[in-house]
Design a protein around this ligand. Structure first.
Ligand SMILES: C[S@@+](CC[C@H](N)C(=O)[O-])C[C@H]1O[C@@H](n2cnc3c(N)ncnc32)[C@H](O)[C@@H]1O
Length: 217
């Protein structure tokens, strides 16, 4: 079982190292050109990619889809903190800063990606940016203590099943101790049944590409 997982992860890593796959990862440079940042997965070093193969490979969210997800949130942004679980090089943090969130927070396990996120937050150029309270933290999201106040929690395949179970248990505990409005935006919701089965959050919307769960006190 362990050796099968090890073999599969190594195989995925080697497949993603081929020249054609590398070219594909450079494919979404438009956001970076426009905002003078470096968020594409094409420039991630081999060490971070190898680590990613054993956790969850870095892949940034596509801007058009992000805007669609934001448009479907029925919230007053200025009351909510946006939290990206597995924030990678920080593209989602930057895209969220185009909305008037109270605060934006990202948690990333891999140090190389976290450093890139910090650099991108400094370098980001936008005349329409509406939130400047952006913080990136290098930590294991499974141990993450959710901040107080209403939350939008963003998930884009950050964790395998065991990690997701721990994250969801932490969110449930946080809500039991401190009831408040929470929306979970789950992009590519492969493990969404865990949220449905293990939390009081209810599915309130979505498409084939994402699901929205919500809870209010
Ligand atoms: C698919 S990427 C999403 C990146 C970013 N959220 C976005 O949408 O642009 C998933 C990220 O989760 C990170 N990750 C994996 N396991 C993690 C953990 N235990 N704690 C924090 N981040 C983790 C990976 O390193 C990767 O950067």
């Amino acid at each position: 079982m362990l050796s099968t997982t090890l073999f599969r992860n190594l195989w995925n890593f080697l497949r993603d190292s081929t020249p054609s796959r590398r070219r594909q990862r450079y494919g979404d440079m438009e956001f970076d050109w426009e905002h003078r940042v470096n968020t594409t997965s094409g420039t991630v070093g081999w060490r971070a990619r190898l680590l990613g193969a054993f956790h969850s490979p870095y892949q940034p969210t596509e801007p058009g889809l992000f805007r669609e997800m934001m448009a479907s949130l029925p919230i007053a942004f200025d009351q909510f903190t946006f939290v990206d679980i597995g924030s990678g090089k920080g593209r989602t943090l930057l895209m969220a800063s185009e909305y008037p969130f109270r605060r934006i927070l990202g948690v990333e396990l891999i140090a190389e990606l976290h450093r890139a996120a910090e650099e991108n937050i400094r370098a980001y150029k936008s005349a329409t940016q509406r939130c400047l309270q952006i913080e990136a933290v290098c930590a294991d999201a499974c141990e993450f203590a959710f901040p107080d106040g209403p939350l939008v929690v963003y998930l884009f395949n950050p964790l395998p099943e065991a990690g997701m179970k721990r994250l969801i248990a932490n969110l449930e505990k946080s809500l039991a101790e401190n009831p408040r409005a929470v929306y979970v935006l789950y992009h590519n919701p492969l493990l969404e049944q865990l949220i449905a089965e293990r939390t009081a959050l209810k599915k309130v919307g979505g498409t084939e590409q994402y699901s929205i769960f919500s809870w209010s006190s």
